[in-house]
Design a protein around this ligand. Sequence first.
Ligand code: GDP
Ligand code: IMO
Ligand code: MG
Length: 435
Amino acid sequence: MPNVVIIGAQWGDEGKGKIVDMVAARADFVVRFQGGNNAGHTLVVDGNKVVVHLIPSGILHPETVNLIGNGVVVDPLVLLEEIQELATSGIDVTPQRLKISSRAHVITPYHRYLDRYREELRGERKIGTTGRGIGPAYEDKVARLGLRIQDLRHPGRVARKVELVARFRNIPVDGDATLDLPPMRDIVDALVEQGVSLAPYIADVSATIYEAHNRGCNILFEGAQGTFLDVDHGTYPFVTSSNTSAANAATGSGIGPGLLENVTGIFKAYATRVGAGPFPTELDGDEGDELRSKGEEFGATTGRPRRCGWLDLPLLRTAVRLNGFTHLCMTKLDVLSGLDTIRVADSYRLGDRILTELPEDPEEIEQLEPVYRDFPGWAEDIREARERDELPDAARAYVAAIEADLGVPISLVSVGPGRKQNAGAWLPFADPAVT
Ligand code: GDP
Ligand code: IMO
Ligand code: MG
């Protein structure tokens, strides 16, 4: 049974949550493998909206087991709040339905403090992080200072590790009220208490996936962020602190890459970005405002307005290479309805050179001038289209031109936020769930 990896092909917020929720109807397991609560994945069922940050987007399907892999950084406070919020919406997140890797690293209040503090230090070159402590938590992991979920079961270990980090990172042990940092002893007490609440959820996620795969289960890996926020391959340093591209689905959940056969890239029919960093096709004026308001482009995590621009083919070609996409899904095509002309960057001009992929040098990325190809728009409302054939000619031509350029099938065109609002029926899991 091919397992499926869902990856954002741009800068995040491509609609991964919607697609994962839809595909999860046939999945036995949904696995998050990187990032943390910097993610905001929106699921819309029967007009009701649920946004998940840490819990995988399979949670609305009662039979699906949701796993948080070792590659995720987990803020226990946020996770417990998310469990509580889902409970108030009638979704029971029992330890049978949610399992957290004992190896996942913990985000603490001092990581959030360091995140904010460092952004201030950067001044004009700030990254525009989500302020959730993601970067500092991954730093501690790589520096071999990190607190892991399994440590929360042992009060002595928590105290010892927190004390060591405070020493290494010069964190004021008595806290800093102006920057919302509690004293270290209060942090330790809270972590130990959260550990008691989370204990029933702690599991060996790697072993769980391997055993499930051998039983023929359908396993869906849910990426967070997007390819160009990847710490190695993205628009560094304006990136997040994890590998967001497909290969990390293996390392971040503790399985071999051979288990990942179907790698599906999700991209919007245009482009958005939250936070700072280069964005070659960004629209600053009225056109950008129009896309933002029609697409409701406001961050699902921080509420910040998303920067908007035209679709960027050199960026997507690079994403195809970096992830080895076998399939693509285009989302939010409905947002483009009503535009006279739709522009797509076909290449970039850099001095007297023409480039067809994203260059590696950040200074070059800042200087790129997109070379556009124009497509005629369509006036029709396409939100009720359920087959690609039902789309207006101009919309079909737009999708077909992008598909031909990227050389990867666009298996689904999403035309609205709801589960059923899709032109095309994409079933990456041929068989229903085993359990
Ligand atoms: P994610 O982070 O990739 O899961 O994406 P977000 O949830 O942050 O942002 C995507 C937004 O677009 C959400 O509000 C979705 O409900 C919405 N959405 C997803 N697909 C479509 C679509 O095809 N059309 C429209 N209009 N909205 C969509
Ligand atoms: P989903 O999963 C969009 C951006 C931030 C900032 C940069 C670094 O919903 O697609 P961080 O807090 O991770 O250190 O911030 O990355 N960013 C996202 N942008 N969608 C996301 O997640 C993002 N997660 C982080 O805005 O520019
Ligand atoms: Mg999002």
